[in-house]
Design a protein around this ligand. Structure first.
Ligand code: PBG
Length: 330
């Protein structure tokens, strides 16, 4: 008896055939572009470890926003790089903080462009942690206090919504942060503003270039008491589950590349829009290798993006967003 050969190649015979049977694609509508905003005038500083990514002062931001809009990108994610830092991160919830000012401007220039505001304290605290730190001099210990941090994070979220942010994206990983922020937004009349929760955020070395960029490296200790252990996957389900119960509208997995299994698990288990954050070191590694001529940047990036989609992501936050749109148009 002869064994029948399975003719899988039939569906790969031509470009048209491959297009016809393609399962996943990246579209401009899937992309969220992160932008770093800072004080001062005429600031356009490239971040050394992230070529092509800049700090913008507000007077240099308009041009960038116009470019983003002209490419058809639907959303930007704002990160503030403030001048003033203190123990309580007060510039995170100052109505005239840098993120609030940038949000108001962007909504004037481009009312339809969605502004996603990252809600965290680490860029705004002098110690660089994502919450309030309690120092015990006698014991020589310092720890991040959960519930007092929630109050400040809620204030930050409300002030971002007041400034016009369309989506609040809390990245702090305190317990109960989605519930606290949801309550705060509702009480202030922002029931319609969704929360894109950084539900599954690992304590990762892939944030290194971002921390240089945002000057948010912890001055002591690390984030392992609030961010997740990279060795854990089931814990991601518990984090997602609690965020959904607390009122999250989007779930996120961060970083993305080393955590594709987690994206898939969340996609299989939950129905909310799922976001993959293609973080700073994932960007820097590609840029560095491409600059050496060791890899083809365009095809490596597009392959990675379709990989995120295949793993289950609906949306991708990526520093490559503008490049991707140009490549898709070409
Ligand atoms: C703030 C925050 C971080 C990133 C996004 N929001 C850094 C961190 O948790 O230390 C990292 C993003 C990136 O690496 O691109 N909490």
């Amino acid at each position: 008896m002869s064994f029948p050969i399975v003719r899988n190649r039939r569906l790969r015979a031509s470009a048209a055939m491959r297009n016809l049977v393609r399962e996943h694609a990246v579209s401009v509508n899937d992309l969220i572009y992160p932008i770093f905003v800072t004080h001062g005038a005429n600031v356009l500083n490239e971040i050394p470890s992230m070529p092509g990514v800049y700090h913008y002062s507000l007077d240099r931001l308009e041009e960038e926003i116009r470019e983003v809009v002209s490419l058809g990108i639907q959303a930007v994610l704002l990160f503030g790089v403030p001048h003033e830092k203190d123990a309580h991160g007060s510039s995170a919830y100052d109505p005239n903080g840098i993120v609030q000012q940038a949000t108001r401007r962007i909504k004037q220039w481009a009312p339809d462009l969605l502004v996603v505001a990252d809600t965290c304290l680490c860029q705004f605290t002098d110690h660089g942690h994502c919450g309030v730190v309690h120092v015990d001099q006698a014991k020589g210990t310092a720890d991040v206090r959960n519930d007092p941090s929630l109050e400040l994070l809620t204030k930050a979220a409300v002030s971002q919504a007041e400034a016009g942010a369309d989506i609040i994206a809390p990245s702090n990983m305190m317990d109960g942060f989605v519930y606290a922020i949801r309550q705060g937004l509702d009480a202030a009349g922002y029931e319609h503003v969704p929360i894109m929760s950084y539900s599954v955020k690992y304590a990762s070395s892939f944030y290194g270039p971002f921390r240089d960029a945002a000057h948010s490296t912890p001055q002591f200790g690390d984030r392992r008491t609030y961010q997740m252990d990279p060795a854990n996957a089931r814990e991601a389900l518990r984090e997602a589950e609690s965020d959904i119960a607390e009122g999250a509208d989007f779930l996120m997995v961060k970083p993305a590349l080393a955590y594709m299994d987690v994206l898939r698990m969340l996609r299989d288990r939950y129905d909310l829009p799922l976001v993959a954050y293609n973080v700073s070191a994932e960007y820097s590694m590609v840029k560095a290798a491409a600059a050496q001529g060791w890899i083809d940047e365009r095809s490596i990036v597009l392959e990675t993006m379709v990989g995120f989609k295949r793993a289950g992501a609906d949306l991708i936050i990526t520093y490559f967003a503008k490049d991707i749109v140009r490549w898709l148009q070409a």
